[in-house]
Write a protein that binds this ligand. Sequence first.
Ligand SMILES: [Zn+2]
Length: 281
Amino acid sequence: MPQALLLRTTFALLLTGAFFAAKPQLEPPKLDISKVKENLYVIEGDGGNTGVYITGDGVILTDVKFPRDVEIILEKVKSVTDQKVRYVYNTHHHGDHSGGNEKLLAQGVEILLHENARRNIVEKKQPGAPRIAFADRSELWLGGKHVQARHFGRSHTNGDAVVYYPELKTIQTGDMFVRQAPVIDYSAGGSAIEWTKTIDQVLALDFDTVIPGHGPVSTRADLIKWRKDFETMRDRMSTLSKKYATVDEAMAQFRLEDYGWASNPALFKRFEGLYSEMKGR
Ligand SMILES: [Zn+2]
């Protein structure tokens, strides 16, 4: 298959797969590590962004991509510190963020996530269910560093957590904020109506830097703008859902490009769920 077609096909699979499964790949994934702030790095490529926080007594990772990425993630960590990985946060259950769990649990690493995210892993029969879940808040003190994980309600799923590095005024959002069109996972309790309320609570935290679920490291202003675009898109669908009796008629009038987001057929199809949510509002 030509590379462009392969990429297009696998991207579609990634978006339509209920389990956000790994796309087939012939070569080892290419990951890049870069510094965000003192002692905080991000590993980009193949799946969701991975946060790497170096403390005086071990490393805390947030999100661990697919199973095939684990060894490469650990190599990248080794390139910036001698400390071992001790804890992992999952921002939510999707396999492009939690796929590394199984291998890391087997190495004795402790993984934490919101209780709904853990339930989603179990119910969707994904491997690597963590041993520890939290309700609306978790706090971790390790080697002189402090990390919080906060659940503010539904957005991308019903189990999204924002990881907060208070000393660095930095948050890591998982797919509650991505540098592309949102995916509202209705199969896991996602909600467009709740989403903006959830982001509004996130904005009450003191931060200037954001590691999104996918895409480059961003600013607080980028998150505020994306939230605004999300709201405009959602309100447009709300209007269409009242104007048109069928989803097909409404979708014919709906363009993701209007909000500055690239569209593709698989992603676009997911917005049928948004039509239903807004119609039933
Ligand atoms: Zn996701």
